[in-house]
Write a protein that binds this ligand. Sequence first.
Ligand code: NAI
Ligand code: MG
Length: 381
Amino acid sequence: MAKTTRKALIPATLIPGDGIGPEIVKATLAILDALGAPFAWDVQSAGMAALKDHLDPLPEATLTSIRRNGLALKGPLTTPVGGGFRSINVRLREEFKLFGNVRPGKTVIPGGRYEDIDLVLIRENLEGLYVGFDHYIPIDNDPHGAAISSGVNTRAGSRRISRFAFEYAVRNGRKKVTIVHKANILKALTGIFLETALEIGKEYQDRLQIEERIVDACAMQLVMNPWQFDVILTTNLFGDILSDEIAGLVGGLGMAPGANIGEHAAIFEAVHGSAPDIAGRGIANPIALLYAAAMMLDHVDRQDLATRLRDAIHNTTVIDNVRTGDLGGKATTVEITEAIIRRIKQGGDPAPAKAAKPAAEAAPAAAAKPKAASPRSRKSS
Ligand code: NAI
Ligand code: MG
């Protein structure tokens, strides 16, 4: 079937971010350009870069832009450890109620520690121990005599993320959802999550296999036999930790994308941070952010472009053997960018079926869609 012409551009906010952020964002923009991605970028700042220029790590103009567009691609933002600022990432998620964090882990480059991994972690993004009830209590002369943190998981929040995860699994042809918790110890905090997820899960029993796992056992099993997992549904902190572990199974942080999804906005980013140790050296791997951009293309119903992008990344790294240092290669950010663009321009050579089938990122219906009226794409085959 012939494709309809799509002229309408989709407005989206672009945040270059800190550390390696500007380098990988520049690479991503060049590649999206070559692909003909339909985004009209509104570049805004956040993080340490914004603190320097606007005296505010999260300027109002950036928030207004995301609010208007409901769609953003974001480079990593540095959060100083310890006192001072609350994580800007956490603030962004709260501001736009981005309750669902989708983090696919998929083997692209064969010959690593594990072959053929294809799983998706769905992390509750707003509750748990990230709510920020976290403080010191002075004892005697020690201002840090004790530290106290409280987590909050709500019935409503647990319901919302559970439904999101089950819908995601059904829509993307996944077979199994594993609910990951620590309800044996944190009986209330993660008990409510488990209890609610199992309850909502009953509605999906006919379509999905639903099981539960304690987080420490899950961490071990991910190393021993990651293939047993399909979709993992878990709370905020466990999701943070396990998604880095999953990135490690598929070649490291340079390969792992994530989407933060809410009802009115969606922000796409790499799982990794600003990598201050390699910032400015021109050697950062842009692929995690590129895969985030592919998820963003899926999100705006441009699966055709998302597939071309994933195929080009696959062909560049696997067939042409162009890889950055974190993947054992020697390519600079610019070299891998040019190599991916060459592959995009060449077209053809779809990646082998297994690798070409992305951890599909069609978001559940409840999730945000961009506000701009963009003609829906039709797959041509
Ligand atoms: P990190 O993810 O920035 O770096 C961890 C290690 O992975 C480093 O050795 C780094 O060089 C390497 N690495 C990460 N991304 C890479 C890439 N694209 N190519 C090649 N190597 C890469 O984690 P770290 O060092 O713990 O955090 C640095 C800063 O980033 C902190 O301020 C942290 O708060 C922030 N951060 C921000 C995130 C976000 O904006 N979503 C997520 C995680 C951390
Ligand atoms: Mg993390």
